[in-house]
Design a protein around this ligand. Structure first.
Ligand SMILES: [Zn+2]
Length: 335
């Protein structure tokens, strides 16, 4: 199934956040997939959002109680959005932020991101019952224990997995993160958690790994906590990507089979991605397809239920790898 959040209307611009406007990747994916559906017919492979939302306890399964309290506080939550989206500089100036152009309160973004997390939780449940579900949203893998980072206020991956564990539906999970940026929040949150095995293949020398190893408060930067299987890909290594991933999957195979796999998809390793920080990884559409089919095949051979979360993908052509991947799933009727 492909899960789509049709209620999602709040934009960053509504809140005065001036991230360069780019077409919304998920809308473009859907428009493209609609070609596979007769006019006027609801696509059989598509489901909408239900009412699933993370509770306070769900949030506290991944984040500190103090941080969760700040996210639930109507004033403190605005400060956390400012930090996560880097809206205020150290000198106190606005950075890509113009409150005077906002028509909605900054804090409303928190509710939107909680709703995204609910989508990821719904996707994981659906994957357990159907074997496969792809959520055109979610994958906020930079969310750390007590702060948000890289536009990821909370870590929906860890929240979703631990909430399923708490209800007894699963005991163990693997996270396969193929977004161009390292899944640093997930790695740090799961470092001492043997029930969640993390694999991340990512740019070895770009954000967040281009940050200092020590934070301004003197504490080590958690972005450098390694995933269980950590696969850095350096500038110029595009042609080695698929082989590196295959080696990583082989290592993953040595761990006991999990009850659920969460795939943090990431369309941003694609060569036409427009986010400047993805410039060192440039996979062709064919290489993206090789990546995606390698993982899909690996999961199918082991009959592992897989919840895919979209995560990154920026610019006018970012929809292409995702649409191609989903078109192949629809064609083989495995959605
Ligand atoms: Zn990314």
């Amino acid at each position: 199934m492909i899960l789509v959040n049709t209620r999602d209307t709040l934009t960053l611009a509504d809140c005065g956040i001036l991230v360069p406007v780019m077409p919304k990747t998920t809308d473009l994916v859907l428009r493209h997939l609609a070609d596979n559906t007769r006019e006027g017919e609801r696509p059989v492979w598509m489901i909408g959002r239900d009412e699933t939302k993370p509770t306070r306890s769900d949030l506290e399964r991944a984040h500190s109680p103090e941080y969760v309290a700040r996210l639930l506080d109507p004033y403190a939550r605005e400060r956390e959005i400012e930090r996560t989206f880097e809206l205020i500089t150290e000198e106190g100036d606005y950075h890509r932020y113009d409150p005077s152009s906002a028509t909605r309160r900054l804090g409303e973004l928190v509710d939107k991101l909680f709703d995204v997390c609910g989508g990821s939780m719904q996707c994981m449940r659906r994957a357990l019952s159907r074997g496969f579900c792809f959520f055109l949203g979610g994958g906020m893998h930079h969310g750390q224990y007590d702060y948000g980072s890289g536009f990821c206020l909370i870590n929906d991956i860890v929240i979703g997995i631990r909430s399923l564990q708490a209800t007894g539906l699963i005991r163990t999970a693997w996270v396969i993160d193929t977004d161009a940026h390292k899944g640093d929040g997930t790695a740090a949150l799961c470092a001492d958690d043997e029930s969640i095995i993390t694999l991340s293949i990512h740019m070895g020398d770009s954000w967040p790994l281009s940050e200092p190893r020590t934070r301004s408060d003197g504490r080590p930067n958690p972005s450098f906590v390694p995933s269980d299987i950590e696969i850095p890909v350096y500038d110029g290594e595009n042609d080695a990507y698929v082989e590196k991933l295959a080696n990583g999957l082989e290592q993953l195979d040595a761990f006991p089979r999990p009850d659920l796999v969460v795939s943090v998809y990431g369309a941003d390793p694609y060569e036409h991605d427009e986010l400047p920080s993805t410039a060192t990884l440039r996979l062709t559409l064919e290489q993206m397809a090789e990546r995606d089919e390698l993982i899909r095949q690996f999961l199918r051979e082991r009959e592992l239920p897989a919840a895919y979360l979209h995560s990154g993908g920026y610019g006018h052509r970012a929809w292409e790898p995702t649409a191609a991947f989903l078109r192949r799933r629809i064609a083989e009727a495995s959605v």
